[in-house]
Design a protein around this ligand. Structure first.
Ligand SMILES: Cc1cc2nc3c(=O)[nH]c(=O)nc-3n(C[C@H](O)[C@H](O)[C@H](O)COP(=O)(O)OP(=O)(O)OC[C@H]3O[C@@H](n4cnc5c(N)ncnc54)[C@H](O)[C@@H]3O)c2cc1C
Length: 497
């Protein structure tokens, strides 16, 4: 406690029962901060109270504050803390540890297994941390962990800048980036996590406290590596993210529709042989729906003629409707968003990566399952990877491993009506079975899974998400969270030796 100032001491003691746990302020810990900057594991911290915007079950806004995007999962937390500043997160984590209360971290609420919420526990929610600092000279952006993807794309777009995000604007930037994060710009700019060059993170410290770490390629570089693809609720609570951003003035955005599924074999085969190998400025997705095939493509800094030329082998199949728009990336992104209220209440997905083109048999599986889909909101979604910027790891590396994928794919199904609890109950078992059988039928053709779209029933999910990186992740976990404070159904356990 040698360097604790008198003012800090007064702050820590004057509040009495409501004491604030100051980062690095310890009780009875002599050499509490080790040489590597990580707290020793036995130091104890003063009692903490919760600060920030606090919602409890008695609060009128409890239901709204608790519900996630996927209403299939309903949880009843003891308390939700909406942090207004980093210190609120420090206090909440310290409080949770001191009261032995289960905790979950939450940002955009889109966890597809409901893992950012917990019965009888504390939800530490960072969604109200919305600061944005963009430095156009150094092309870096430091943003609060509460931005959603739309807010981030819009803020950067105002300066003709961009970083990779996923396609759904309401998804949290934190959750998407920390698990990898791919979208239309992945082949051009890499994964969202590759654009991440720093973070502020609140980690567990000592026996019952918390502290703030600044992470970048030179400080706690092992933790930055882990946050790039395995950071979702595993090591600490990220409160801000710093990205390297790239200039992006305009994009050509194509929407292509083939009615029915008759062209599926030809369209899918052409897409998987063209889209992963074409100009890396072109990102594309195919969505197979029960009654139509959709292709969406974004060509960064490209013209309509160029985009049509790059996609010609696909556009020449059948008689599709094609629309093209040239605009700034921010406006284009805003334009393809679907309001959450218009989406079904319940969702189930299964994530898969593919390294070899689908043979005819696999495409037949897709058609067969789409023809017996359990709801009109069923689809088979793909995102092209292949020869693009995501092949190259960022400086310092990243835990995200699936760099050599040809494409990502997922069967997905949505059902039930938002705001009408139980409206989807009759479909739930049918939808769950359809997803399980569909993903199982594709197993011979896929390799690996995506932690941001977790597969709950999967054996060996650890290597499916992270391959050989899993062992290193366990060691980093043991260093930064030796007491395994951050744990959930598929969290990374600390290494034991
Ligand atoms: C409709 C939809 C479309 C999607 N499209 C894409 C896509 O195009 N590309 C793509 O890559 N992914 C996509 N995803 C997956 C998405 O990336 C994940 O669902 C993501 O983890 C959600 O993050 P969140 O912050 O919204 O969710 P949350 O539920 O808040 O959090 C998700 C996970 O991240 C952890 N977490 C959140 N914030 C923090 C933090 N600050 N510090 C530490 N841990 C944290 C949580 O504990 C939880 O484990 C999509 C998901 C949905 C539902």
């Amino acid at each position: 406690m040698g360097d604790l100032s008198r003012r800090d001491l007064l702050r820590a003691t004057a509040v009495g029962a409501g004491a604030v746990a100051l980062p690095g302020v310890l009780v009875g810990g002599s050499s509490a901060i080790a040489a590597d900057g990580v707290g020793s594991s036995d130091a104890t911290y003063p009692p903490a109270t919760l600060t920030g915007r606090i919602v409890r079950p008695q609060s009128p806004d409890y239901a709204q504050a608790s519900i996630g995007w996927d209403e299939l999962f309903v949880r009843y937390p003891l308390v939700i803390v909406f942090a207004q500043e980093t210190q609120d997160v420090v206090n909440a984590l310290t409080w949770a540890r001191q009261h032995d209360v289960a905790l979950r971290v939450r940002s955009g609420r889109h966890s597809l297994e409901g893992w950012s919420n917990v019965d009888n526990g504390i939800v530490i929610d960072v969604s109200e941390l919305k600061d944005v600092h963009i430095d156009t000279a150094t092309r870096t952006a430091k943003v609060g962990a509460g931005l959603n993807q739309s807010e981030a794309v819009t803020a950067l777009g105002e300066h003709d800048l961009a970083a990779t995000t996923g396609t759904e604007g309401s998804v949290g930037l934190s959750g998407a980036t920390l698990g990898g994060g791919f979208g239309f710009l992945t082949r051009y700019l890499g994964m969202a996590c590759d654009n991440l060059i720093g973070a502020e993170i609140v980690v567990a410290a000592g026996a019952n406290g918390a502290r703030v770490l600044e992470v970048d390629p030179w400080n706690h570089s092992d933790l930055l590596w882990a946050l790039r693809g395995a950071g979702n609720g595993n090591f600490g609570i990220v409160t801000s993210l710093t990205y390297e951003v790239a200039p992006l003035k305009s994009v050509a955005y194509l929407q292509v529709t083939w009615p029915g599924l008759d062209d599926l074999h030809e369209v899918f085969d052409a897409w998987q042989r063209v889209a992963p190998f074409t100009d890396p400025r072109l990102g594309s997705q195919v969505e197979v729906h029960p009654n139509e095939i959709l292709l969406f493509a974004v060509l960064a800094e490209g013209s309509e003629a160029e985009a049509r030329k790059l996609l010609a082998p696909i556009l020449s199949i059948g008689n599709p409707t094609v629309t093209v728009q040239i605009d700034g990336w921010g406006d284009t992104y805003a334009g393809f968003q679907i309001p959450t209220d218009d989406e079904p209440a319940n969702w189930k997905f299964f994530s898969q990566f593919t390294r070899e083109p689908f043979p005819e048999k696999a495409i037949s599986v897709v058609r067969e399952f789409m023809e017996k889909s359990p709801s009109p909101d069923s689809n088979f979604f793909t995102q092209a990877f292949g020869k693009g910027a995501q092949r190259q790891e960022p400086f310092g590396g990243a835990a995200f491993p699936h760099r050599d994928a040809l494409f990502y794919s997922e069967p997905g199904v949505g059902w039930g009506t938002r705001g009408e609890p139980n409206s989807g109950d009759a479909v739930t078992p049918i939808a769950q079975t359809w997803i399980a059988e569909f993903s199982q039928a594709l197993r011979p053709y896929v390799d690996g899974a995506y932690v941001n779209v977790p597969n709950i029933g999967m054996a060996e999910w650890e290597t499916a998400y992270w391959g050989r990186n899993f062992q290193r992740l366990r060691k980093i976990k043991a260093k930064y969270d030796p007491h395994n404070v951050f744990q959930y159904e598929q969290s990374i356990p600390p290494a034991t030796h």
